[in-house]
Design a binder for this molecule. Structure first.
Ligand code: FES
Length: 233
């Protein structure tokens, strides 16, 4: 283990590895900081502003800000909560209400509930449509927030580079890098994108198409990705 440094999170002293992010330090101290575009397995993007904290008096995105010796971090003040809520409201405003339905189990819906953002904030009309061409991966463009986690998972972990972000501004969504339907892309169905997607935009298609569902034992027959192994077999 490399050198550690001491910092303070919400008044509590904590030691973290040198170079750790404020997000990692905050979580090591037991603080709950939402982080929508972040996945510990991936390089940080710092694009969603959901993880804002105050470090030595300055507002900072915790996922891309390294901890320094003696840094005093605040994570739980009401103004930080409001800043995070503002950032997430902008992100979800273009999504359809079902993105935040009460029974929606996604990471995004959970973060919204924790910030007091209700389904009424998601008032988008949809219309982006889906891509149902691939047997193991389904894309719902209306739920994509362009966080890029799937793109980074595909390139950094899987090494496949099958995905990209396309479009401009609020219309930016994930798409196969080959430009056509998912079925004709370089996707190897490793399931990494499904595993990291925080909104349900990329999912497994569900019960198998063309397979007989149900057995004498009551088991269901389902086609699925590896979910997630990273090998891509
Ligand atoms: Fe830090 Fe998105 S999680 S900016």
């Amino acid at each position: 283990m490399g050198p550690v440094i001491g910092i303070e999170v919400d008044g509590t002293a904590v030691e973290v590895p040198e170079g750790a992010s404020l997000l990692a330090a905050a979580r090591a101290a037991g603080a709950e900081v939402p982080a929508l575009c972040h996945d510990d397995r991936l390089s940080p993007a710092g694009s969603c502003r959901t993880c804002l904290v105050r470090a030595d008096g300055r507002i900072a995105a915790a996922c891309v800000t390294p901890a320094s010796l003696g840094t005093r971090v605040e994570t739980a003040t009401e103004d930080l909560r409001e800043l995070r809520r503002d950032a997430v409201e902008v992100i979800v405003s273009a999504l359809p209400p079902r993105a935040l339905a009460a029974d929606n189990p996604t990471e995004l819906a959970h973060i919204c509930r924790s910030l007091g953002i209700g389904p009424e904030t998601a008032a988008g009309a949809g219309g982006g449509g889906g891509d149902d061409s691939h047997p193991f991966v389904h894309l719902d463009r209306d739920l994509c927030i362009a966080c890029g986690r799937c793109v980074r998972m595909c390139s950094e972990v899987q090494g496949t580079f099958a995905l990209t972000l396309t479009g401009r501004g609020a219309d930016t969504v994930v798409a196969p890098g080959t430009g056509g339907p998912w079925a004709g892309s370089d996707c190897v169905a490793c399931g990494g994108c499904v595993d990291t997607c925080p909104t349900g935009a990329i999912t497994e298609p569900g019960p198998a198409r063309g397979l007989t569902s149900g057995t004498a034992t009551g088991d269901a027959l389902t086609r699925t990705t590896c979910g997630y192994c990273g090998v891509g077999c």
